[in-house]
Design a protein around this ligand. Structure first.
Ligand code: GLY
Ligand code: MN
Ligand code: MN
Length: 427
């Protein structure tokens, strides 16, 4: 609230309950902005920040208690207990928002809100503002400005507190165990779905109820489909399998990718490509430090990958020229990092005044270089042994005052992976 301009109000709606079919709901997941400010995970809620409002500045609208509804769906906090349980100043029934919220907007020059996130709510908000405007001749002062909440809130979310880092460390720890479990359990003849089940088992037994995003388990050429989630193919002995999966723990995400051979042993060509991606991952991580820019890990990773592809003669030409012309994009089509936090692709600007943002302690990003050689890769001279291979190695990295802390520790050296898999095969 201290960042808001005088005479303003912020309105932050919670997520809405969505249905997967008829009366069956998707598992509810609270809106990350709303949760960051409240820690409140019930649907049908709106938070209002009204600095200098004499009856309370932090106001929560939420569902009233209801014995019948609570019989089916569990206990509600209810407006009467909101102050005591959540530390807000005041609680009101969500069903009364129509009567109460317009009064909180009246006389405030600016409304901070994320427009577009909840269009139905936006529409109602506009109607309330219009209603105030209609009374302007009678002295009512309608808000004149809508301002993106993100300029204030997402800057805060971008820099994680000690408590948030603790949750992220745990999310990454559980996720790393899940990846190693998958390495131990993988066998030719299994389906990708069965391997996914091993990940989910590890997430849930360790207190993470859901993945932070749909798990990608892609064997063979499926690994070249960047967001492959069918996970329906059978694992073949000579294929690699790429797993991009992370759990959500206490509302914070991990996002980790490992790639390993179904048989437990990398072939020569698989290992050659894998070592390049691993070296790129390490080079990217090494460049994570305060004062470096967001793009530095990507630049470092891509240089390593292009040099590696040149050494293997999978690319021809001169390093700097290839980097400048994007000629490597067929094999390395995506960027190597994004912010990580409550959302897997977390909030926060990547550029400031047009320039890549400087990394600061408390920021968390992924480093995830990848090489993908599709079956139909256009480079004609490619021998078949290179085709249908997708490799990504993704870690979660927190910037610290000294440099960085890697949060994810799943095995990634060739020898460590092969050893884990050999142990798993003997079980
Ligand atoms: N799992 C999506 C990503 O790595 O960004
Ligand atoms: Mn990922
Ligand atoms: Mn990622």
């Amino acid at each position: 609230m201290s960042l808001m301009v005088p005479g303003s109000v912020a309105v932050i709606p919670g997520a809405i309950q969505r249905y997967r079919n008829r009366d069956t709901e998707h598992l509810f997941r609270q809106d990350s902005d709303f949760y960051y400010l409240t820690g409140f995970s019930e649907p049908d809620a709106v938070l209002v920040l009204a600095p200098e409002r004499s009856h309370g500045e932090v106001i929560l609208f939420c569902r009233e208690r209801n014995a019948r509804a609570e019989l089916y769906n569990g206990e509600r906090v209810g407006p009467e207990r909101a102050a005591e349980k959540l530390g807000v100043d005041d609680g009101f029934p969500i069903n009364d928002i129509e009567e109460i919220l317009p009064g909180m907007l009246e006389g405030r020059e600016r409304i901070y809100i994320t427009l577009g996130a909840y269009p139905d709510f936006d529409k109602r908000l506009m109607q309330w503002v219009s209603a105030i405007r209609a009374r302007e001749a009678g002295g009512a002062i309608p808000p004149g400005e809508f301002h993106a909440l993100k300029h204030l809130l997402h800057e805060q979310r971008l820099v994680k507190s000690a408590l948030e880092l603790k949750a992220m460390r745990e999310a990454a720890r559980i996720t790393s165990m899940a990846h190693e479990r998958a390495m131990r359990c993988a066998r030719p003849g299994m389906t990708e779905t069965q391997l996914e089940a091993e990940l989910v088992h590890e997430f849930m037994t360790n207190g993470a109820h859901t993945p932070a995003y749909p798990s990608i388990v892609g064997s063979g050429a499926n690994a070249c489909v960047l967001h492959y989630v069918d996970n329906a193919s059978v694992l073949k002995k000579n294929d690699l399998v790429l797993i991009d999966a992370g759990c959500e723990y206490q509302h914070y995400a991990a996002d980790v990718t490992r790639t390993f051979p179904v048989s437990g042993r990398f072939s020569k060509s698989q290992q050659a490509l894998y070592e390049i991606v691993l070296e790129a991952n390490r080079a990217g991580i090494d460049s994570c430090r305060p004062g470096a820019t967001f793009s530095d890990p990507h630049v470092a990773a891509v240089s390593v990958m292009v040099q590696g592809l040149l050494d293997l003669k999978l690319l021809q030409g001169e390093l700097t020229e290839i980097l400048e012309t994007d000629a490597y994009r067929e094999f390395c089509p995506h960027n190597s990092s994004h912010w990580l936090g409550s959302d897997v692709h977390d909030v926060g600007d990547y550029r400031v005044d047009g320039a890549w943002r400087e990394l600061e302690p408390g920021m968390v990003l992924t480093v995830e270089p990848g090489i993908y050689i599709r079956d139909d890769a256009s480079t004609g001279a490619l021998a078949p042994r290179w085709r249908g291979i997708g490799i990504r190695v993704e870690d979660d990295v927190a910037i610290t005052s000294e440099g960085h802390e890697v949060l994810s520790h799943a095995a990634k050296d060739v020898s460590d992976i092969q050893q884990l898999m050999a142990e798993g095969a003997s079980l």
